[in-house]
Design a protein around this ligand. Structure first.
Ligand SMILES: O=C(CCCC[C@@H]1SC[C@@H]2NC(=O)N[C@@H]21)Nc1ccc([N+](=O)[O-])cc1
Length: 124
Protein backbone atom coordinates (compact mmCIF):
# COMPACT_ATOMS: atom_id res chain seq x y z
CA UNK A 1 0.00 0.00 0.00
CA UNK A 2 0.99 3.65 0.36
CA UNK A 3 4.21 4.34 2.27
CA UNK A 4 3.64 3.64 5.98
CA UNK A 5 0.22 2.13 5.64
CA UNK A 6 0.69 -0.25 8.57
CA UNK A 7 -1.26 -3.08 6.94
CA UNK A 8 0.77 -6.32 6.78
CA UNK A 9 3.32 -8.26 8.78
CA UNK A 10 6.07 -6.63 10.90
CA UNK A 11 8.88 -8.07 13.04
CA UNK A 12 10.68 -6.28 15.88
CA UNK A 13 14.18 -6.47 17.41
CA UNK A 14 12.96 -9.08 19.90
CA UNK A 15 11.65 -11.32 17.14
CA UNK A 16 8.02 -10.57 17.96
CA UNK A 17 5.67 -10.42 14.98
CA UNK A 18 2.71 -8.13 14.42
CA UNK A 19 -0.01 -8.61 11.80
CA UNK A 20 -2.08 -5.50 11.00
CA UNK A 21 -5.20 -6.63 9.15
CA UNK A 22 -6.47 -3.44 7.51
CA UNK A 23 -6.41 0.29 8.15
CA UNK A 24 -9.77 1.99 7.61
CA UNK A 25 -10.35 5.49 6.22
CA UNK A 26 -10.10 6.93 9.73
CA UNK A 27 -6.74 5.26 10.35
CA UNK A 28 -8.15 2.67 12.76
CA UNK A 29 -6.80 -0.86 12.59
CA UNK A 30 -6.81 -4.19 14.36
CA UNK A 31 -4.64 -7.25 14.20
CA UNK A 32 -2.68 -9.80 16.18
CA UNK A 33 0.53 -9.61 18.15
CA UNK A 34 2.79 -12.64 18.42
CA UNK A 35 5.28 -11.81 21.15
CA UNK A 36 8.59 -13.66 21.14
CA UNK A 37 9.11 -12.97 24.85
CA UNK A 38 7.00 -12.93 27.99
CA UNK A 39 7.40 -12.70 31.78
CA UNK A 40 4.90 -15.43 32.41
CA UNK A 41 5.68 -19.13 32.18
CA UNK A 42 2.36 -19.86 30.47
CA UNK A 43 2.61 -20.75 26.77
CA UNK A 44 2.60 -17.60 24.65
CA UNK A 45 -0.45 -17.17 22.41
CA UNK A 46 -1.20 -14.61 19.70
CA UNK A 47 -3.09 -11.67 21.25
CA UNK A 48 -5.44 -9.09 19.72
CA UNK A 49 -4.33 -5.54 19.05
CA UNK A 50 -6.28 -2.41 18.20
CA UNK A 51 -4.80 0.90 17.15
CA UNK A 52 -4.95 4.06 15.14
CA UNK A 53 -2.53 5.74 12.73
CA UNK A 54 -2.33 9.08 10.97
CA UNK A 55 -2.62 8.87 7.19
CA UNK A 56 -0.05 11.51 6.29
CA UNK A 57 0.95 11.89 2.66
CA UNK A 58 4.67 11.85 3.53
CA UNK A 59 4.51 8.29 4.77
CA UNK A 60 6.03 9.18 8.15
CA UNK A 61 2.87 8.71 10.20
CA UNK A 62 2.53 8.46 13.98
CA UNK A 63 0.42 5.69 15.50
CA UNK A 64 -0.53 3.92 18.70
CA UNK A 65 -1.87 0.50 19.53
CA UNK A 66 -2.90 -1.59 22.50
CA UNK A 67 -2.24 -5.29 22.97
CA UNK A 68 -4.47 -7.20 25.37
CA UNK A 69 -2.57 -10.32 26.40
CA UNK A 70 -5.92 -11.84 27.17
CA UNK A 71 -5.10 -15.49 26.80
CA UNK A 72 -1.88 -16.08 28.66
CA UNK A 73 -1.21 -13.22 31.03
CA UNK A 74 -3.29 -10.62 32.77
CA UNK A 75 -1.46 -7.64 31.34
CA UNK A 76 -1.79 -4.93 28.72
CA UNK A 77 0.77 -3.16 26.56
CA UNK A 78 0.43 0.15 24.74
CA UNK A 79 2.81 1.05 21.93
CA UNK A 80 3.28 4.52 20.46
CA UNK A 81 5.56 5.37 17.58
CA UNK A 82 6.27 6.68 14.14
CA UNK A 83 6.87 5.08 10.76
CA UNK A 84 9.90 6.19 8.78
CA UNK A 85 10.33 5.21 5.16
CA UNK A 86 13.94 5.19 4.03
CA UNK A 87 14.94 6.60 0.68
CA UNK A 88 15.25 3.04 -0.63
CA UNK A 89 11.55 2.62 0.27
CA UNK A 90 12.07 0.35 3.28
CA UNK A 91 9.92 1.20 6.28
CA UNK A 92 10.86 1.05 9.96
CA UNK A 93 8.60 1.63 12.98
CA UNK A 94 10.25 3.26 16.00
CA UNK A 95 8.11 2.61 19.07
CA UNK A 96 8.07 3.08 22.83
CA UNK A 97 5.85 0.90 24.99
CA UNK A 98 4.35 0.64 28.46
CA UNK A 99 3.54 -2.83 29.77
CA UNK A 100 1.15 -3.06 32.72
CA UNK A 101 0.85 -6.34 34.54
CA UNK A 102 -2.00 -6.98 36.93
CA UNK A 103 -0.79 -6.91 40.55
CA UNK A 104 -2.56 -8.34 43.57
CA UNK A 105 -2.62 -5.24 45.74
CA UNK A 106 -2.17 -1.49 45.75
CA UNK A 107 1.05 -1.93 47.66
CA UNK A 108 2.48 -3.56 44.52
CA UNK A 109 1.14 -0.91 42.15
CA UNK A 110 4.54 0.87 42.10
CA UNK A 111 6.21 -2.05 40.34
CA UNK A 112 3.46 -2.94 37.87
CA UNK A 113 4.50 -0.92 34.82
CA UNK A 114 7.53 -1.59 32.63
CA UNK A 115 8.63 0.58 29.74
CA UNK A 116 10.86 0.00 26.75
CA UNK A 117 11.25 0.50 23.03
CA UNK A 118 11.15 -1.65 19.91
CA UNK A 119 11.84 -1.11 16.24
CA UNK A 120 9.89 -3.07 13.64
CA UNK A 121 10.67 -3.80 9.99
CA UNK A 122 8.19 -5.06 7.41
CA UNK A 123 8.36 -8.77 6.72
CA UNK A 124 5.70 -9.05 4.04
O1 LIG B 1 4.74 -11.00 29.56
C1 LIG B 1 3.64 -10.51 29.44
C2 LIG B 1 2.91 -10.41 28.12
C3 LIG B 1 3.87 -10.27 26.95
C4 LIG B 1 4.58 -8.93 26.96
C5 LIG B 1 5.52 -8.80 25.83
C6 LIG B 1 6.23 -7.45 25.82
S1 LIG B 1 5.23 -6.11 25.26
C7 LIG B 1 6.65 -5.07 25.06
C8 LIG B 1 7.79 -5.95 24.54
N1 LIG B 1 7.82 -6.00 23.09
C9 LIG B 1 7.52 -7.23 22.65
O2 LIG B 1 7.49 -7.56 21.42
N2 LIG B 1 7.29 -8.09 23.66
C10 LIG B 1 7.48 -7.43 24.93
N3 LIG B 1 2.96 -10.01 30.46
C11 LIG B 1 3.43 -10.05 31.76
C12 LIG B 1 4.37 -9.13 32.22
C13 LIG B 1 4.81 -9.21 33.55
C14 LIG B 1 4.30 -10.18 34.40
N4 LIG B 1 4.76 -10.28 35.74
O3 LIG B 1 4.19 -11.13 36.51
O4 LIG B 1 5.73 -9.58 36.14
C15 LIG B 1 3.37 -11.10 33.94
C16 LIG B 1 2.93 -11.04 32.61
Amino acid sequence: GKPCDLTGWWENDLGSKMHVLEVDSEGNFSGEYHTAVSSTDKPIQPSPLVGSQHLDKDGQCTFGFTVNWKKFSDSTAVFVGQCFSGDNGNEVLHTSWLLREKVDSLTSDWKATRTGHNTFIRTS
